[in-house]
Design a protein around this ligand. Structure first.
Ligand SMILES: [Zn+2]
Length: 131
């Protein structure tokens, strides 16, 4: 007998990069820090069939999400490092560049996750009808 799990919340769905419609299928095929193809996405959700490329150029918008939040992050990271931790400007920027390089693919993926969660609404009924 299948045990019914508590549905995943919106933020958990975004953070764990799940399909916005069923919140179960994965948005990406490989883990964030995979050595190859960390940006590869399946064409549709393996659980509910949600199309992950709803229209041509859909993912262009994720670039703006990425830009908005990384710009604010950089501002507060460098500002906070200089003002509250007493770092030099060079040290703060050096650390920022290092952070951005390490988390480059994570930023890319989480921005796509946020973007698709804005457009596709949660609909657990779809999952049940497909099975
Ligand atoms: Zn799904």
């Amino acid at each position: 007998m299948e045990k019914h799990k508590k549905p995943r919340g919106l933020w958990a769905s975004i953070i764990y990069m799940k399909c916005p419609r069923c919140r179960e299928g994965n948005l990406f095929e490989k883990p964030t820090f995979a050595y190859s193809e960390p940006t590869k996405m399946p064409e549709s959700c393996e659980v509910c069939g949600q199309n992950f490329m709803p229209e041509p150029g859909f993912w262009f918008g994720a670039m703006f999400i990425s830009y908005i939040w990384t710009a604010w992050f950089c501002l507060f990271f460098v500002g906070g490092g200089i003002m509250f931790l007493g770092m030099s400007v060079n040290a703060a920027f050096g650390l920022l560049i290092l952070m951005c390089a390490i988390f480059f693919f994570w930023i890319f993926r989480i921005s796509r996750s946020i973007w698709i969660h804005i457009y596709v609404k949660y609909d657990p009924e779809k999952r049940r009808t497909l099975r």
